[in-house]
Design a protein around this ligand. Structure first.
Ligand code: SAM
Length: 257
């Protein structure tokens, strides 16, 4: 087995840092030194930091989840939860929980906070604004099965007290105020991605974080400038997909035109 050199504490809070997301699921990000094979981190009763132990749990659980979030992205999301101790996290676009469950594990470790996952788990919503292979994939995907499996996983991970799933389109979900971390990863169409920023950014607290996925997709060309108008991009991560972290720095009108 090989191990990778990873940058020392070089993310996420530097202005527009770009990180190469080249981790392998066999490895766990170890907060500043070299990546070490997971086996090295699993002593039964070893003296191991609780946050690191939670990350190990994440690496194991993620192998059983449907979705796209990578272990390295999950690890960074968890670091944000450990560092900022958010009380309210909202994720738009949950699918099998691959990004939601890691954040929920970190929230549980913090002993305070809630994660709201908004997703209709409906093919009709997923294909809205999509075409070609993308549309075919979402049309064929068994949304009910993915939802049922996620519900099972949340129970198995003992996360029901931390997570609330809202089975609705983001535009129909009741507003959730005072958001500390907003993760936008729902339908990536021009209309929905723009509407997601328009509706949910005003609900994010000043000085709080927005995570936006798939920032290189041309379909989000209207959503990104809107985000940039009220937020500073702190970091961008390039890997299997490109995503970023924004800090809200400017008050947004309750209803953006
Ligand atoms: C890219 S996936 C989310 C992936 C997940 N965050 C991960 O990291 O694995 C996009 C999700 O958006 C959901 N979705 C589609 N239309 C939506 C809408 N209008 N509002 C909220 N979610 C929507 C889909 O059901 C799908 O689960």
């Amino acid at each position: 087995m090989t191990s990778y050199d990873i940058p020392d504490h070089s993310y996420p809070l530097q202005t527009s840092t770009t990180i190469n997301d080249s981790f392998d699921t066999e490895y766990v990000y170890n907060m500043g030194a070299k990546a070490i094979p997971c086996e090295a981190y699993i002593p039964e009763n070893g003296n191991i930091n609780a946050q690191l132990r939670t990350k190990l749990q994440m690496v194991r659980i993620m192998q059983q989840l449907d979705g796209w979030c990578t272990v390295s992205k999950a690890s960074i999301l968890m670091d944000l939860v450990f560092i900022f101790q958010p009380r309210v996290i909202v994720e738009i676009g949950v699918w099998g929980g691959k990004s939601l469950i890691p954040m929920a594990l970190a929230v549980k470790n913090n002993s305070s906070g809630k994660v709201y996952g908004i997703d209709p788990w409906s093919a009709t919503s997923s294909i809205e604004g999509q075409d070609g292979e993308n549309k075919d994939w979402w049309q064929a995907a068994d949304h009910n099965q993915v939802y049922d499996k996620l519900v099972e996983q949340l129970a198995r991970c003992d996360l029901n007290s931390v997570v609330t799933l809202i089975r609705k389109e983001s535009q129909d979900a009741a507003p959730i105020p005072n958001i500390d971390i907003l993760h936008i990863d729902g339908n990536h169409s021009d209309k929905t991605s723009y509407e997601d920023v328009r509706k949910w950014l005003p609900l994010v607290g000043m000085g709080k974080l927005v995570i936006f996925d798939d920032t290189t997709w041309s379909s989000i060309d209207r959503a990104l400038p809107l985000l940039n108008e009220y937020c500073i991009k702190l970091a961008e991560f390039k890997g299997e997909n490109t995503w970023g972290i924004w800090l809200k720095v400017k008050e947004v009108p309750t209803e953006i035109e």
